[in-house]
Design a protein around this ligand. Structure first.
Ligand SMILES: Cc1cc2nc3c(=O)[nH]c(=O)nc-3n(C[C@H](O)[C@H](O)[C@H](O)COP(=O)(O)O)c2cc1C
Length: 206
């Protein structure tokens, strides 16, 4: 896998929680990471439904939309198509060591747990698994079926971090943004990226 420690793969899939994915992307770009962004077809439907964002299905056009929205350096955001098999994320020789699927659908959990590699999101996750990198799944579904739980258990045993999109309330959130930031802060913590989005338990509350 690439030694370029400032690169990360972020996948948006079709679970509810588009604001988590958008905010995470914003924070990764702000922390000067190069982001390989993979977007499933269902994720685009969810983005439109939950956020009113009509993202193009063409990777380059989607990249331009997001670069404009986040006012970021275009070279730092690479949007990849779902069958872009020559993307760096598709090979252990070039893929970033870290990947987050946020939000992560139960369907993508199943596909990743079974090594399907049928689209670039599944392939990128499979690469991170085989290369023993860091894979973090921000899963959103409720309730979980036994099948969902079995798939997550399987992945957890392989070292995958299963991080349900389940924000806490002990920081007394005043807005949806506060709840989103709670989750994004935990994700950034796990990735080892400095953040000051929410007060830390036992420190900042005193
Ligand atoms: C608005 C909307 C919300 C959805 N919410 C969820 C969800 O929270 N969790 C989930 O597992 N699937 C959810 N789905 C269904 C998935 O999008 C669907 O299973 C899809 O095939 C997942 O494909 P993907 O993993 O390739 O994105 C939702 C679909 C839509 C349109």
């Amino acid at each position: 896998m690439t030694t370029h420690s400032q690169a990360i793969t972020l996948a948006w899939t079709g679970a509810s929680g588009a604001p988590y994915g958008l905010r995470l992307l914003e924070c990764l770009l702000a922390s000067n990471h190069t982001v390989y962004l993979l977007i499933s077809s269902a994720a685009r439907v969810v983005l439109a439904t939950e956020h009113g964002l009509q993202l193009s299905s063409q990777p380059q056009a989607a990249q331009q939309q997001l670069v404009k929205q986040f006012n970021c350096d275009p070279s730092k955001l690479i949007v990849c198509g779902k069958e872009e098999w020559f993307s760096p994320v598709a090979s252990g020789s070039a893929a970033p060591k870290k990947m987050v699927v946020c939000p992560c659908s139960a369907g993508s959990v199943a596909a990743i747990a079974h090594g399907m590699s049928d689209n670039l999101i599944e392939r990128a996750a499979d690469v991170v698994l085989k290369e023993r990198g860091q894979l973090l799944l921000v899963v959103r579904e409720t309730p979980f079926s036994t099948l969902h739980l079995e798939n997550m258990h399987k992945l957890s045993q392989m070292g995958v971090t299963i991080m349900p999109a389940a924000p806490g309330f002990y920081h007394q959130p005043k807005s949806i943004d506060d709840l989103v930031d709670f989750m994004v802060a935990r994700i950034l913590d796990h990735l080892g990226i400095e953040q000051g989005l929410v007060p830390r338990w036992g420190y900042d509350q005193r």
